[in-house]
Design a binder for this molecule. Structure first.
Ligand SMILES: N[C@@H](CCC[C@H](N)C(=O)O)C(=O)O
Length: 280
């Protein structure tokens, strides 16, 4: 599937006890038919009221706590396999997430929970009082290419840099360096964001564990919240990414609501071969 262009593979293991290993996730990622930015593995629910437990893997096999675009894809899969429902509760490492349908076909809203801003919740490796802009720059100190990002945890760590033109930054070169910067002990998702007006953001993201992607839901939430904290935008914005557009609302109850599309691309029967090839 894809969520606004973010490549998502949904693997339904609700009838199995198997836990996908990092090696297995990487093996699924390199297969052209099942390649992904994130692999969303569904397990039987373990918490009352939820319909599934979701483990989220990046391309490099690492586990992610949150994936907004993938969560919408999971909702579509559950609608197809369990019957359509207006509201669903799923469990991720981020906690319990509510998914609803705003009414448009193939569109879902995920309550992504509340943002966290304290330096040790991001987490950062050293204290910063004000995480709306931290001391970090790329390029010469007097004339940096990027500087003073906002940092926020949306279940996963994000750094948001403000730019005039997202196309002018070599994110493919700068992204890996920042993802692994010592300031981010759990690495970070790195976004460059242009504030077009108070209701509109344009952005690109280098994702932790996955690299450049066409869209990242949690990064869109991070950008929207960061722009609102700095009073650069309203709390409800349209976020344009190379693969698609999301609506993000930072509601008065502090929860961040992400609304966007899903697209089903193909069904693939994953044979045991992929697991045995890793085990061999
Ligand atoms: N594409 C996702 C975010 C995926 C997780 C991220 N790479 C991480 O490791 O934190 C989204 O739509 O939120």
């Amino acid at each position: 599937m894809n969520g606004a262009g973010n490549k998502i593979t949904v693997l339904d293991l609700t009838d199995s006890d198997h836990i996908v290993s990092e090696d297995e996730a990487r093996a699924i990622a390199v297969e052209p038919q099942t390649t992904f930015d994130q692999l969303m593995v569904l397990h039987a629910p373990r918490t009352e009221g939820t319909v599934a437990l979701i483990r989220i893997y990046n391309t490099d096999g690492s586990l992610a706590e949150a994936c907004g675009n993938g969560t919408r894809c999971v909702a579509w899969h559950l609608d197809e396999t369990q019957g359509s429902q207006d509201t669903r509760l799923v469990e991720t490492a981020r906690g319990l997430l509510t998914i609803t349908k705003p009414g448009n076909p193939l569109t879902y809203t995920v309550d992504m929970g509340t943002p966290r801003f304290a330096w040790d919740e991001i987490p950062l490796s050293e204290p910063f009082q004000d995480t709306r802009f931290i001391e970090l720059h790329v390029g010469p100190a007097g004339d940096p290419i990027l500087s003073s990002p906002a940092v926020v945890n949306m279940g996963n760590p994000h750094a948001v840099f403000w730019v005039d033109d997202t196309a002018s930054i070599g994110l493919d070169k700068i992204g890996p360096m920042l993802e692994h910067h010592p300031l981010f002990p759990q690495r970070a998702n790195i976004s460059i964001v242009q504030v077009v007006d108070r209701q509109t953001l344009v952005m690109r993201t280098w994702e932790r564990g996955a690299g450049l992607t066409l869209a990242c839901g949690s990064a869109a939430c991070a950008a929207a919240v960061s722009a609102a904290r700095l009073r650069r935008a309203e709390r409800h914005v349209t976020v344009h990414q190379p693969g698609g557009t999301l609506q993000i609302e930072w509601a008065d109850n502090d929860h961040v609501l992400m609304t966007g599309p899903v697209e089903h691309e193909r069904d693939v029967m994953l044979t045991d071969a992929i697991f045995t090839s890793v085990a061999a």
